[in-house]
Design a protein around this ligand. Sequence first.
Ligand code: PEP
Ligand code: MN
Length: 361
Amino acid sequence: MAHDLIDTMRKQIDEINLQILDLINKRATLVQELGKEKEKQGSNRFDPERERQMLNLLIENNKGPFNDSTVRHLFKQIFQVSLDLQNDDKKKVLLVSRKKQAEDTVITVKGVEFGGGNPILIAGPCSVESYEQVKAVAENHIKRGLRTLRGGAYKPRTSPYDFQGLGEEGLQILKRIGDEYNLVTISEIVTPGDLEMASNYIDVIQIGARNMQNFELLKAAGRLNKPILLKRGLSATIEEFIYAAEYILSEGNAQVMLCERGIRTYEKATRNTLDISAVPLLKQETHLPVFVDVTHSTGRRDLLLPTAKAGIAVGSDGIMVEVHPDPDVALSDAKQQLNIPDFNEFVDSLLASGLYKGEVV
Ligand code: PEP
Ligand code: MN
């Protein structure tokens, strides 16, 4: 008998649950429609005054047994998730989003596919120092079947007294080498006014970690017809990173690739903390190619290979790594660049792992 009563009451509770579910979903649909209407009229979606009125009405009519503070808490939750739902709607329209474009963006430069499903290596010295220095790396690239060469001409350095890069002369060296060896060249540009000039020399423009939220630089890069490799800021959240990429796309340039390069944490054993989960997250959230820079994230030669393997294993489109003919005398990042024999060993180990399949067929 007592069991029957419990069963009946449980059935009633189930029914009420379904009614509540139906009602909160009805409410959510209405809130969504209201949000769209507000957007049309240009008014703000979050309206604290309106929330206050709704809460007051609820409290006035609260007959218990829930006390007022519980009712306030419960409804505040409902208001919050409704607002989140509106924000989700907004997110859907981001140009970088998978919801906007389901298929992967593939950027092809000089026959090299970025994001085409075959992970590639973006390798080269931290800084362009001389024609001979870059040539030594390029010749090795050719021997190893690599197609993409990086090298900094404008170096954002912590100290103003450190080597700042060769500037335009460095870009000219990259242009010459890129033409001579048919390599795709990548170099960082730090000033919006230099973008047009740099486009004449290099194939891919890098926007570095320190400039990830330099919005004028992002907008100017968005007006170029050149692929952009955007690195994650030193302390940028994934959301901020995605919005930074959106700045470029919003100006019309859809050729954007992302690069996870480690973030600042309390950990001192590595130069930065490689956020490996950023890779699958960015691949899920966006349709853009995603790379992992193992040199600037770890800052340690002994960690380059395992982190590169990890990067590819979690779905990155390739790895960035620094290589210099004589790292001991490099003008920047002397500590973590690989020399050419060690770089070749790195490439061999990656090939042996089966994660990296090589590039020139
Ligand atoms: C670089 O790639 O040369 C560089 C400076 O990296 P980041 O902007 O990630 O520090
Ligand atoms: Mn470097």
